[in-house]
Ligand binder design. Sequence first.
Ligand code: FES
Length: 105
Amino acid sequence: DEFPVGSIVHVRKGRFYISRLDEGVLAMWHRCTHLGCTVPWRDDEGRFHCPCHGGIYNKKGEVLAGPPPRPLDLFPVEIVDGEIVVDTSRVITRDRFDPSQATPV
Ligand code: FES
């Protein structure tokens, strides 16, 4: 319930964002896939906007503009007793968004 559909929550300590989609939950590493800058979520723009070279990503982590070569990387997510558990020891790279990447809640 803390993560309504459409919400983006930055978990700084874990270095990721929780993005709540219709399909479920994504945990996206906040590291730009271009050259590694931390990518802020911009509420005013409704998208992620990397300050370094202008990379733009949507809520699914897909690249909308700029030099990033692939979507934001993911960390595996499990739902345990109603809690979101993110394994930040394992990075999942992807070429594009697929609904199967979201963990249903
Ligand atoms: Fe993000 Fe270059 S490091 S666009």
